[in-house]
Design a protein around this ligand. Sequence first.
Ligand code: SF4
Length: 397
Amino acid sequence: MNKEMYFIPSDIIKNTRPDYPYVKMAWVPGSTPPDIQDKMLEEGFSLPISPDIMEVLSRKPIAAELYLTRTCVLNCFGCSVPDFIKKGKEERAPIEEWKRMLEILALHTKAVKFIGGEVGGLPELPELAKTAVDLGLFTSIFTDGVPFLDDEEKLSTLVDATGGKIVLHTSVDVPPPNGIKNEATDKSRQFKANHGYELMKLAQKYKIPIIGHMMIHQPNAGDVIEIYNAVIDHGGIFSIGTMQKSVHLYQGREPKGFTNALRDEDRKLVQEQMALLIAIEDERLQKGQSRTLANSRAHLATMHTVGIDQNIGCTGEGRSPAVLAIMPDLSPRSCPVVLVPEQEKECPGCSYGVFRDGDPDWAEHLFIKGLYEKPVDREDFPSIFYPTEANNDLTGI
Ligand code: SF4
């Protein structure tokens, strides 16, 4: 098989994105922007095909992201789903096949996250979430909140079906209520964040833990503590991830998305705020107060000690991704960003660090490599983002 087909050749990148700083870029059907994909096909390359699910699972991932749909009516700037997928017709596997997939995943992983697109409005969500919970999987649902805020019964049905044993995730990348900075695109982020904050209030009513996830990128790189405070004020638990400088952003729906990627000068800002978050959480825990951070200490401390370093990841470490992804037609991906192991090996690294959150081996690896300042006087705080058997603690929330 020709290795070339897994990556976009540099001349195609130069011709389609003349101002993009060239880095090796994976070809991921369903994520690669259509104009680039068309060029690849014109040049006679064949579409890379999904890996075999058992091959992916044999590498012992800790969790799976389940894209029940990738359609969505919102238009968030940082979304990795291209418009032609988000607004197009998609092939979705029937519920019985998803259930069989969950049975397989339960034998090999600890956690599943239902994610989209927007999954909150899907009629099959309560039954699939129940199946996952019954199989003993830590089950979370990532939603923009709109379906549940529009029709609260959807949330009560979900809570009833699962016995409330779910965690909601929603993204909040700007502080409430009117943190619009300038561009029109920020309005969609504000809309989504406002719904996220509202959903946090609604989740309290059902006693469901809810994680407000901030994706840090250039325009909000200095807003971490403000958004953290807003999340906990609304009754949520805060988590944070960083956008990839290249692979993830470039695969995104917005061709100019990479201009919002974190720069080297943002590194210090990120590091300082991570140190502050760790200190705040330590102080809370020492006082016996509840957890407010969903991330593991390893995750935050890595951003604190290393900052936004893309060279931390599967690259060259002989490691495989901690989280796999399953698309709406049940085809698997090696990780939520790349498709096949050939691409992992040359992946520039994942600063979208939530993929590693909760992986105790990863924490150990960072510690040994000197990339993680392990605290000397207390235990790590465990991950609620992707908890594992060894690192799974919902007490104190
Ligand atoms: S999980 Fe691994 S392969 Fe996937 S984006 Fe991160 S570093 Fe790359």
